[in-house]
Design a protein. Structure first.
Length: 109
């Protein structure tokens, strides 16, 4: 399985659109909560989005859209951090209602 559209047309990478439209208030509120959670664990939201996209064992590739050398460099940085998302972040995301209870996440160590 190849996973693409990881940043939800920009919203998860600092943009203001979701599914190529202006993001509705309830989505912006959810992103704000994700941002606070990511700040608590000192990981950028885009890195967490990449980690989540690559987490299922069936995913063989994650595709990212880039339009400039700067975006390539930034994505490489986020990819490097994505492998170090603390398992506790996923557990807390579930307790905050940001992820459904049945979403598989890495176990706490």
């Amino acid at each position: 399985v190849h996973n693409a559209g990881i940043f939800a047309s920009g919203l998860l990478a600092g943009g203001t659109t979701y599914k190529y439209r202006k993001a509705p208030p309830e989505i912006l509120a959810k992103i704000d909560n994700w941002g606070k959670l990511c700040a608590k664990y000192a990981v950028p939201l885009p890195a967490v989005a990449l980690a989540f996209a690559a987490m299922p064992s069936v995913v063989g590739k994650v595709a990212l859209g880039m339009k400039s050398p700067q975006e390539v460099k930034q994505n490489v940085k986020w990819l490097a951090v994505s492998s170090r998302v603390p398992p506790a972040l996923w557990t807390e995301a579930k307790s905050m209602g940001l992820l459904a209870d049945n979403v598989p996440v890495p176990p706490l160590k």
